[in-house]
Design a protein. Structure first.
Length: 331
């Protein structure tokens, strides 16, 4: 009798744990809207966990699709889909799609639901993307259009062109391949990789522990990172870089008059490469490192301070590192 009793208890416990799992299923929802692009200046996407993909092409309309998938019991899945049913609105020339909970944060049911927003739109419009955990990607030439992207843990990627790019992410990476007039990238632990077809007018990057890499150049370049490396090539004007333990490697394809270069690092090494005929003035110092220069100058403090003097200098350098080496090379 005791054995049968324990068998009944075991069967009840097994049913309590297995049956809910057996009834777990996926429920999906698909939403689609089309808006005439005439008179529209911008498209805004405001979502929670969704990935966002924007494709720029020649089309008379702005096409937006939202796909959701929820898992759990039938009632739970249906509730989640209802919570995130997207809302579409057109106001003051801006198209907006929102898929967020009416009350509370998206963390409710975060492991049970996922989604994606896809936007197909013509060039010339601004794009404003806001997602908490999703990735953001833009493909195509926006022309005079600009991009604003804000994501907490997702990545941002552009393959194409835009007049201005502003990307803000906590732990995600920022990647730009193509062309942009101005780029502002802010990330805590993500890397920033820029591969440009032509020099940008202005680039500003701020990251805590990520690396910064630029190929293609810029007229103005600024990078601030705690432990990441900074590497840039094809520069044509002023540059500023600050890092604690990362290395700084900058290269100029040309130097315009009035170029100012300011580099500060604690334990990282600094390597600057400028065209061989550049007239340079300024100072480079290191506490315990070594200074090497192809541009001459005089040394003080037992070789730990280099002073460069040139009449009508095109570039002014201020370089300071605590324990890193400093190298100034002619290209």
């Amino acid at each position: 009798m005791q054995v049968k009793r324990w068998m009944r208890i075991g069967a009840a416990l097994l049913a309590a744990t297995v049956l809910p799992a057996m009834t777990t299923a996926a429920a999906t929802a698909h939403f689609q809207k089309s808006f005439p692009a005439q008179g529209v200046s911008a498209v805004r996407v405001d979502v929670s966990f969704h990935d966002v993909e924007v494709v720029v092409k020649q089309t008379p309309n702005v096409e937006i699709t939202v796909d959701l998938e929820a898992r759990g019991s039938k009632s739970k899945a249906e509730k989640l889909l209802a919570e995130y049913t997207p809302k579409f609105k057109v106001e003051d020339g801006r198209i907006q799609v929102r898929s967020v909970r009416k009350h509370g944060s998206w963390w409710f049911g975060r492991r049970s639901i996922r989604g994606k927003v896809t936007v197909a739109m013509p060039p010339g419009l601004d794009v404003d993307l806001d997602t908490s955990a999703g990735d953001c990607s833009v493909e195509g030439d926006l022309g005079k259009g600009s991009i604003m992207a804000d994501t907490s843990s997702g990545d941002f990627k552009l393959s194409g062109a835009a007049q201005r790019i502003s990307a803000d992410t906590s732990s995600g990476d920022v990647s730009v391949t193509g062309r942009a007039g101005k780029i502002v990238a802010d990330t805590s632990s993500g890397d920033v990789e820029l591969r440009l077809d032509q020099p940008a007018d202005d680039i500003s990057v701020d990251t805590s522990s990520g690396d910064v890499s630029l190929a293609g150049g810029a007229a103005r370049f600024a990078a601030d990172t705690s432990s990441g490396d900074v590497q840039a090539s094809g520069l044509t004007g002023s540059a500023k870089a600050d890092t604690s333990s990362g290395d700084v490697t900058l290269s100029w394809s040309e130097v315009r008059a009035g170029t100012e270069v300011k580099i500060g690092t604690t334990s990282g090494e600094v390597r600057l490469e400028l065209p061989k005929d550049t007239l340079v003035e300024g100072r480079a110092s290191t506490t315990s490192g070594t200074i090497r220069s192809d541009f001459g100058g005089r040394t003080e403090k037992r070789g730990h301070l280099l002073i460069l003097e040139a009449a009508d200098a095109e570039a002014s350098l201020t370089v300071a590192t605590t324990s890193g080496d400093v190298t100034l090379r002619k290209r």
